[in-house]
Design a protein around this ligand. Structure first.
Ligand code: FES
Ligand code: FES
Length: 151
């Protein structure tokens, strides 16, 4: 089946299988490998994207469900060659090690700061509780969120 959706502000079309995930379609059909596939079960958050402004795990959404809708991936956060403030904060604080969790954390953080510009520690932890990182121990990730919020 053919789906039409807006991805990072651009109208896109893709021929997908009925059971295919939005994550697979983004990575393999639309050439957007930023969203990562670490578990494909909704457990890790590495595939987090915005679907009509709502944070979702792209591995749990069918590509067909995104037909006619708007998706923003980590690739869509930068503007005019300028990194998003959350992307900058993650690199500046050393919050990136292997980087596999990073795109999902960045999308989730951007979503948090859009809704809550000055989040408390508890709000940061709650907002990122669906994003697992095996490398950093989270301290530098929380530093990055605070730095992005300050800006
Ligand atoms: S790959 Fe989607 S939640 Fe892990
Ligand atoms: S930096 Fe490696 S999983 Fe987070």
């Amino acid at each position: 089946m053919r789906v039409e959706l807006t991805v990072n502000g651009e109208r896109q079309q893709a021929d997908v299988w009925e059971g295919e995930s939005l994550l697979f379609a983004l990575r393999e059909r639309l050439g957007l490998p930023g969203s990562k596939n670490a578990c494909e079960q909704g457990e890790c958050g590495s595939c987090s994207v915005l679907l009509d402004g709502t944070l979702v795990c792209a591995c749990l959404v069918l590509a067909a469900q995104a037909d006619g809708h708007e998706v923003v991936t980590v690739e869509g956060l930068a503007r005019d060659g300028q990194l998003h403030r959350v992307q900058e904060a993650f690199t500046e604080t050393g919050a990136v090690q292997c980087g596999f969790c990073t795109p999902g954390l960045i999308v989730a953080t951007a979503d948090l700061l859009e809704r809550t510009p000055s989040p408390s520690e508890d709000e940061i932890r709650e907002a990122l509780s669906g994003n697992l990182c095996r490398c950093t121990g989270y301290a530098k990730i929380f530093d990055a969120v605070r730095l992005a919020a300050e800006r």
